[in-house]
Design a protein around this ligand. Structure first.
Ligand code: DGY
Length: 323
């Protein structure tokens, strides 16, 4: 039997690409050029599966392409807000994602952002590289203590819980969270986490707020001007979830008005664009969507896409089916 035809939209770690070639008639993207809309449409018309990433906007218009050969979208990522799931379902496409394998890497990066913004790491590094450092002094680049402070988590799924574990066990932080679907009480006890009934209640009590909710239409601009005004003036916002969970213009205004002390952002509303106002600020740390970017994790993500696709083409249930 012929191997299923697969198109991979971006470059993947080499060892996973090699594994793909063992199982599929695969077209890789060695130059790592993002596919344009027409190329993406052609991929859906000519391949049995498309292995996409967060940068591929797979919407209803794109999926209305005729003829549609693809039956599977293997998304390289846990978030799948780049895909119109209803349209995929309506066209009979199965969508899979890559949960679990990136939980630790993403929580590590959220913690790194928290530490960097609290301790002014970006500012300090820029200062030193610019040759501005004149030596140690008692009041130089004083930051904010992290240990023992209160961390508020918006979203308490796998990554939120991993962040709580780091904060509570490693930094003796008090952990509060908002999530409409909280885990079992045993998990809350293990992580020393206290539930709050509203986002606002978490914002009002927290020294650091870290976002770990999905990018659903309901969560668009969840953190807006109104909600930012509930944060403490000395508090910091961390976002490793998705850019559109935060109203970036409102955040920029809040930072300018000193309504909050700073922000650590790994994701943005219009990636790869970043609001110029944010780029100009000292009290933000900005990263280019690196949450899952460790070699180990990116390999594991690729292997998860592969595992799901093998199951799908064998006629079995893919373990990480979204539709
Ligand atoms: C994820 O897995 O959701 C990462 O943000 C990359 O898409």
């Amino acid at each position: 039997m012929d191997k299923p035809r697969v198109i991979v939209t971006r470059r993947w770690p080499e060892e996973v690409e090699l594994r793909l070639t063992e199982h599929f008639d695969v077209r890789l993207n060695p130059e790592d050029r993002p596919l344009g809309r027409d190329d993406l449409k052609a991929a859906f018309a000519s391949a049995d599966a498309v292995f996409s990433t967060v940068t591929d906007a797979i919407d209803a218009e794109l999926l209305s392409t005729e003829p549609l050969r693809a039956r599977l979208i293997g998304n390289f990522g846990v978030g799948f807000n780049n895909i119109d799931i209803d349209a995929a379902r309506a066209r009979g496409l199965t969508v899979t994602n890559t949960p679990e394998v990136l939980t630790d890497a993403t929580a590590d990066l959220a913690m790194a952002l928290l530490l960097c913004i609290a301790r002014r790491v970006g500012e300090g590094e820029r200062h030193l590289r610019e040759g501005a450092w004149t030596g140690w002094r008692p009041t130089h680049l004083m930051g904010t203590q992290v240990t023992g402070k209160t961390l508020g988590l918006i979203g308490f799924g796998r990554i939120g819980q991993a962040m709580a574990r780091r904060a509570h066990r490693g930094f003796d932080m008090r952990v509060l969270f908002f999530d409409p679907f909280p885990p079992a009480n045993a998990v809350l006890r293990e992580l020393g986490a206290e539930r709050r009934e509203t986002v606002e209640a978490v914002l009002e009590e927290s020294d650091f707020v870290s976002l770990h909710c999905p990018a659903t239409p309901e969560n668009r601009h969840l953190i807006n001007a109104g909600r930012l005004s509930h944060m403490k003036p000395g508090a910091f916002l961390i976002n490793t979830a998705r850019g559109d969970v935060v109203d970036e213009a409102a955040l920029n205004d809040a930072l300018g008005d000193r309504l909050i002390a700073g922000a650590g952002l790994d994701v943005f509303e219009r990636e790869p664009e970043v609001l110029p106002g944010l780029l100009a600020r000292e009290n933000v740390v900005l990263l280019p969507h690196l949450g899952s970017a460790t070699r180990e994790t990116r390999v594991a993500m690729g292997l998860k896409v592969l595992e799901n696709a093998i199951a799908f083409f064998d006629g079995a249930e893919p373990p990480n089916r979204v539709t």
